[in-house]
Write a protein that binds this ligand. Structure first.
Ligand SMILES: Nc1ncnc2c1ncn2[C@@H]1O[C@H](COP(=O)(O)OP(=O)(O)OP(=O)(O)O)[C@@H](O)[C@H]1O
Length: 369
């Protein structure tokens, strides 16, 4: 509620314009200032400020409501709430439509498992015309590892949506909607995030991707977290959550895995028969998501991509609406493809690779908090 936009609150247009001109955009921006500070900043009288503050406060603090009221409201607003369909039928069914708007969704898994492939496909889906199941919007893709491949975007697009990508000029139009930022450091990444807040609304951005978040996480922190104090990505975690709420778009971030008691992020090459000696023989309970528990609590949906017995699986590991399901998948020239649309309920010990910190793990409902 603190992130509710003042522009959508029905204030008198002269007051709304003055607030916008002074960059007071959300309820939080306005209510963090005293009335006298607002008078000074906006150059208006006390009465106007009091009336605006009272209207903003009333809207920002909603009245009590019942579960029935919420249910009825949700049904009515279902179309507006929205999801970005992933084109993976089983996953979309499990998530009631796809990647939800207004929330942070995380893809976690070892290197080479397909997280970037999934992100590229999601970018295409967000850029596609609505008539083809897309969102007809722009995408901001923050590529912290320098792995973004336009060629692969074209390949996935042409193989998944030939009816769009094979029309002259359309592939270029779709690719032109994906804005790629490649920050070279955590400081640059922080600056990019601060700058895009307004652009998301102004430029019809329908999806924000950060691939990968773990690459920005300083390794020294994991070695010495007791003495280093605050989590280095603590601000980013809160900012992304509020950005998702504020912009009502889906935010997708990737995270890697590391060995327990081992600071290095695990590199796992799915095709390679020979593995790094440090990599556990079986991707078992020795792996954990590279960004720790603080991060795990901030994401609304966690999808784990992992391999077991020579097969890749996509698991819904954390979701407020879906049971823990696993879908076998492969990466094809058209991107990720599920081998089965019916998810396997993963409560038994048969599939488990990555510990999910901060909530119930898929293995036998055991909690690792
Ligand atoms: N053109 C293609 N056709 C089929 N499969 C492909 C193609 N390109 C990539 N892949 C598959 O995608 C995998 C790489 O996936 P991806 O780059 O998404 O990994 P990742 O999980 O993002 O890794 P990292 O954590 O290092 O970023 C390769 O192992 C390969 O199996």
């Amino acid at each position: 509620m603190a992130n509710k936009l003042i522009a959508q609150m029905g204030l008198h247009h002269s007051m709304a314009n003055v607030l916008a001109a002074r960059n007071v955009l959300t309820a939080k921006d306005a209510l963090s200032l005293t009335e006298f500070e607002l008078m000074e900043l906006l150059d208006v009288g006390l009465q106007e400020v009091e009336s605006a503050v009272s209207q903003i406060s009333e809207i920002a603090c909603p009245p009590c409501q019942t579960a029935l009221f919420l249910l009825e409201g949700r049904l009515q607003n279902k179309a507006q709430l929205g999801h970005l369909p992933t084109s993976l039928k089983g996953l979309d069914n499990a998530l009631f439509g796809g990647i939800p708007f207004g929330a942070v969704t995380e893809l976690v898994g070892p290197a080479g498992m397909g997280k970037t492939q999934f992100c590229l496909k999601l970018s295409i889906l967000a850029a596609l015309p609505i008539s083809h199941g897309g969102l007809n919007g722009r995408v901001v893709y923050i590529d912290t590892e320098g792995k973004f491949s336009s060629k692969r975007v074209m390949e996935i697009g042409a193989n998944s949506f030939p009816e769009v990508f094979c029309v002259a000029g359309k592939a270029q139009e779709m690719a032109g909607r994906i804005v790629v930022l490649q920050p070279a450091s955590l400081v640059e990444f922080t600056e990019s995030l601060q700058q895009i807040k307004l652009s998301l609304l102004q430029h019809q951005v329908k999806l924000l991707i950060i691939d990968s978040m773990a690459a920005l996480h300083p390794v020294e922190y994991e070695k010495d977290k007791r003495t280093m104090g605050q989590h280095p990505l603590g601000w980013h975690v809160s900012f992304l959550k509020s950005l998702a709420e504020f912009s009502q778009i889906p935010i997708v971030v990737t995270n890697q895995v590391r060995g327990l008691g081992n600071d290095e992020v695990v590199r796992y090459l799915f095709e390679a028969k020979t593995r790094d000696k440090k990599t556990p023989e079986r991707l078992g309970s020795n792996l954990t998501a590279a960004l720790g528990i603080h991060w795990a609590h901030a994401v609304t949906i966690r999808l784990v991509l992992e391999a077991y017995a020579g097969q890749r699986f996509l698991k819904v590991a954390k979701s407020p609406i879906s049971p823990p399901l696993a879908f076998p998948f492969e990466v094809t020239s058209a991107g990720l493809a599920l081998l089965k649309d019916d998810g396997i309920e993963v409560m038994g010990p048969e599939i488990h690779a990555i510990r999910c910190e901060g909530y119930t793990d898929l293995v036998g409902g055991q909690s690792f908090t």
